[in-house]
Design a protein around this ligand. Structure first.
Ligand code: PNS
Length: 165
């Protein structure tokens, strides 16, 4: 049977840490759905379409990967798409409590679905999309933390702050 997992996140934007989880996840799963899970009442730096487009560009043409978006209960999406596993990356200690809570509520909502964690590669242990945005927004270099195309898009988004500083 095909092993399918859903890798959900905000991906605002995708980082090298996410990419690391995707590559390693594909060693254990035959197929991955990379799911941009969004709240319609919250706007990110990148629109949902931009996030999906960036993910597609970064992962390239890979038949094992599908990129999708969804707003609603994650476990419902997972069930409706024939999967039973949620894949999440786990970084430094600060992630643990939040991820633990989320895994528990998701299991309570649907006991047929398990969350599987992969420890993020040490190089990405302390970075997050939020910190990367903050650094880039103040003109700091985030080269090496995000794929080249994401670096370009961040620079475009923050063009004004880059000009200033
Ligand atoms: O990249 P993030 O922001 O850490 O991802 C969090 C995300 C999107 C996976 C999480 O907020 C989520 O699953 N949202 C969908 C709503 C939901 O099902 N929440 C958990 C049960 S209340």
């Amino acid at each position: 049977m095909e092993r399918l997992a859903v890798y959900p996140g905000s991906f605002d934007p995708i980082t090298n840490g996410h990419l690391d989880i995707i590559k390693r996840g594909l060693r254990f799963f035959d197929k991955l759905i990379i799911l941009v899970a969004y709240n319609p009442n919250k706007s990110g730096l990148f629109s949902v379409e931009e996030r999906m487009e960036l993910i597609r560009q970064v992962v390239g043409d890979d038949a094992r990967i599908r990129v999708d978006s969804f707003s609603g209960l994650l476990v419902n999406y997972v069930r409706d798409n024939g999967a039973a596993v949620i894949l999440r990356g786990l970084r430094a200690l600060s992630d643990f409590e939040y991820e633990f809570q989320m895994a528990l509520i998701n299991r309570r909502l649907n006991r047929d679905i398990e969350t599987v964690f992969l420890m993020t590669g040490y190089k990405w242990f302390y970075t997050s999309s939020n910190l990367i945005k903050e650094a880039a927004g103040h003109g700091g270099s985030v080269r090496g933390l995000v794929p080249e195309i994401v670096l370009q898009r961040l620079q475009e988004k923050y063009a004004d702050s880059f000009k200033k500083g």
